[in-house]
Write a protein that binds this ligand. Structure first.
Ligand code: ZN
Ligand code: ZN
Length: 297
């Protein structure tokens, strides 16, 4: 990694020196912080040769001997496996005398972690690699922290909902902020706008925008369901997560030394009308593919 924690770019028309500098980083032998294996980025980028948990550690519902359901807070929420193989129990007092760890100092068990449940790339970082999947978001943000919009944002003459009223878009700026007709306030950010057609347009498999305070992201709707309070909930995937292919185009020939990179799982891109869209290399598997029990459509 470079100083900013990112992989160095090497675009298609990069200079010899830029390519040499990038190659040095991409070819360097590294040790994976998750599994301890050696890897380099040329060989492993988008290969998903490692595994991760999605976290956090949460609860599993278990029945006690009287059939009463309780929560047991000891398991990864993703796969409901215990985080590691050690267990403190009644025989602790015996183990005290013969093991090498010291309970007061080594507060946590030193047994190996249970291997992850979702495929991902080897990495020198220990954080969870984001697959872009978000589950169970209501159509209307309860606290106005996000909004949905048509793919690419609202256009001139579109009808939007602003402060509870339908308004017409008069002007659109490069950052997707708008001016509205009959509203005496310029450059309203997309997160403040409601999309009146969302209910009909946000169908499973369709693409749209997801706006937050400071960002606007293209998403694909994966699931849609209705909860007990009649809210429409969506599961979706952020489409521009990962590294855009054009940023590392000059590295691709070097990656071919380890086999054709485009067959790697992280290099399979979404298509729309036969055309590849959002060619971003993904560093981990979609959680809904890895953990079918999360699908609640
Ligand atoms: Zn897991
Ligand atoms: Zn690894």
């Amino acid at each position: 990694m470079t100083d900013n924690g990112q992989l160095p770019e090497a675009k298609l028309y990069a200079s010899e020196k830029e390519i040499a500098d990038a190659w040095e980083e991409w070819a360097k032998l590294r040790v994976c912080a998750k599994c301890g294996h050696a890897f380099n980025w040329l060989q492993s980028f988008g290969s998903w040769e490692c595994k991760q948990h999605l976290g956090p550690i949460g609860c599993k519902r278990v029945k006690d001997q009287w059939g009463i359901t309780k929560r047991d807070y000891r398991y990864w929420q993703c796969c409901l496996k215990p985080p590691n193989t050690a267990r403190r129990n009644d025989s602790e007092i015996v183990w005290n005398n013969i093991r090498s760890t010291r309970p007061c100092v080594d507060k946590f068990p030193t047994e190996r972690d249970v291997p992850g449940c979702v495929r991902c790339d080897h990495t020198e970082a220990i954080h969870i690699l984001d697959d872009g999947v978000r589950l169970g978001f209501p159509l209307l943000s309860p606290t106005d922290v996000y909004s949905f919009a048509p793919e690419g944002g609202h256009k001139v003459n579109d009808t939007v909902v602003y402060m509870g009223k339908e308004r017409i878009v008069a002007q659109v700026y490069f950052d997707k902020s708008v001016d509205l007709q009959d509203v005496d306030r310029g450059r309203i950010t997309p997160v403040e706008l409601g999309w009146s057609e969302a209910k009909y347009k946000m169908t499973i498999g369709s693409f749209c925008d997801w706006n937050t305070d400071d960002m606007s992201m293209p998403i694909k709707i994966l699931n849609r369901r209705i909860d007990s309070r009649a809210n429409i909930l969506f599961d979706f995937k952020i489409m521009n997560i990962g590294m855009p292919v054009h940023q590392i185009a000059a590295m691709i020939p070097h990656m071919a030394k380890y086999g054709d990179p485009i067959v790697r799982p992280g290099w399979q891109f979404e298509k729309k009308d036969g055309k590849v869209i959002y060619p971003h290399i993904q560093n981990c598997e979609n959680r809904l593919d890895a953990l079918p029990h999360l699908k609640r459509a």
